[in-house]
Design a protein around this ligand. Structure first.
Ligand code: SF4
Length: 159
């Protein structure tokens, strides 16, 4: 089990997210620099107020790290929200997932003007999901995470 993440894990995923991030940033900037600024603001708010607030606060990596939240996706962000060990309520998952969907979906309209960039943008998220399911979820200590729970149930069923 992976009880903590190294800074190198964070760097790996940060570089990975630069791929869709640069594609989205380039496309939005070409449309309008102001649009890019709006997107960065919306993405930051969605990440912190929805995902960080409703999902990360129940994650052991959030609970255990000192000097700010430290995990493979976040490094040093202050732990401004109260940690919780409660299972996720449906509305919390909806808000957390909704926040991420807004971040991912926002640039898609402008990426339609560059089909090849759109394909790479979407492919990056497919690869991200598959990599998480194959290499991260099986070793994750976040037992309340729905993806981790699905994995454990599958193992129990398959023996
Ligand atoms: S591992 Fe995921 S849920 Fe846990 S603190 Fe990091 S980003 Fe949040």
């Amino acid at each position: 089990m992976k009880t903590s993440h190294e800074f190198s894990d964070f760097i790996y995923w940060a570089m990975f997210f630069l791929i869709p991030g640069i594609l989205a940033g380039y496309t939005l900037f070409k449309a309008s620099p102001r649009l890019l600024m709006i997107y960065l603001g919306v993405a930051a708010l969605c990440f912190v107020l929805l995902y960080y607030r409703f999902f990360c606060t129940k994650c052991p990596h959030y609970h255990n790290s000192e000097g700010g939240c430290k995990c493979m996706f976040i490094w040093g962000l202050p732990k401004v929200f109260k940690p919780s060990n409660e299972p996720y309520r449906p509305y919390e998952l909806l808000l957390a997932i909704g926040g991420i969907l807004i971040i991912v979906a926002f640039p898609v309209y402008w990426l339609l003007a560059y089909p090849i960039l759109l394909v790479v943008y979407l492919l990056a998220f497919v690869v991200f999901g598959l990599t998480m399911l194959r290499y991260e979820c099986p070793h994750c200590i976040h037992s309340n995470c729905p993806s981790r729970m699905n994995y454990v149930q599958r193992i129990e069923i398959e023996g």
